[in-house]
Ligand binder design. Structure first.
Ligand code: R5P
Length: 271
């Protein structure tokens, strides 16, 4: 692996711990102004200092992120479909590598839809990106999208993750599931998990994170469980504590509780 590729990967997966907390805020590319991301700048800005990398489209990057921030960018470069259209899987490459370089991306990301009517097209998209990324030293994150119909079990996610790795993805993003260790064991490149829909409780989100790390994931690329919380900064800090510092879910919950508690008012001084 050439120096540039290694360096970019090290900006995403942090060498101190070999782990990463990526912040996923790319949902609008097919969901529009989804709950919690209506105003991308307002949602993302307070979280940036705590994200090892941020995953988003060039449109939100240019419109909503101050270029003075140094949080590494993983640019979502696939799309062209919407949640109200006919087939979510009918994705194309939406952003050229020339623009990814211009935006100083540390990596690019696309979805693959294994088992969908557009499986072949999305796998060809991945192969094309890997070819181009290899040429200029930019790693590719492949997201094993499940669309509306796919079962999120170890057999399916293991299949999709392995295919992504075989086609050259440098990092695979998939979902957590029962027997997740089987997905990790069958995938020879680093895996991060998406958070999925917001969990019922914070503890559930922390357990999912902790289980994924325990099973061999290198981290998370998490969205809704962080930014749909009214306490998004405490949430990302608690997730970081699990991923980078080995906190248990209960310890993370205690940290979350401390961080979200309003600061105690000091008694008024008598004049
Ligand atoms: C989905 O296609 C998007 O790429 C999101 O980045 C991904 O689902 C992760 O976000 P969340 O944790 O909200 O599932």
């Amino acid at each position: 692996m050439d120096w540039g590729m290694q360096n970019r990967l090290a900006r995403i997966i942090r060498p101190r711990t070999g782990k990463t907390v990526m912040l996923a805020v790319d949902h609008g590319y097919f969901q529009g102004p989804t709950h919690g991301l209506e105003n991308p700048r307002a949602t993302i800005t307070p979280l940036l200092p705590y994200a090892d990398a941020v995953m988003l489209t060039r449109g939100v990057l240019r419109s909503s992120i101050d270029p003075k921030h140094d949080t590494p960018i993983v640019l979502r470069v696939s799309g062209g479909t919407s949640m109200v259209g006919e087939a979510l899987s009918n994705e194309t490459i939406t952003t050229a590598f020339e623009d990814a370089v211009r935006l100083n991306a540390a990596g690019v990301a696309l979805s693959i839809f294994v088992g969908s009517p557009h499986e072949q097209q999305t796998l060809a998209n991945l192969s094309q990106l890997v070819d181009e990324g290899q040429a200029i030293g930019i790693p590719v994150v492949a997201v094993t999208a499940v669309g509306r119909d796919m079962v999120r079990d170890a057999r399916y996610l293991g299949l999709a993750s392995r295919i992504a790795a075989e086609l050259g993805a440098h990092v695979v993003k998939t979902y957590h599931c029962d027997d997740f260790h089987r997905v990790v064991e069958g995938c020879p490149v680093p895996i991060v998990i998406a958070g999925g829909k917001r969990c019922e409780t914070e503890l559930d989100a922390f357990k999912m994170t902790s289980d994924a790390i325990h099973d061999g994931a290198v981290g998370v690329d998490m969205g809704r469980n962080i930014w749909q919380s009214e306490h998004s900064v405490p949430m990302i800090k608690a997730v970081r504590a699990i991923v980078h510092e080995g906190y248990t879910p209960k310890e993370a919950l205690a940290l979350f509780g401390e961080l979200k508690a309003p600061p105690k008012r000091s008694p008024k001084r008598k004049k």
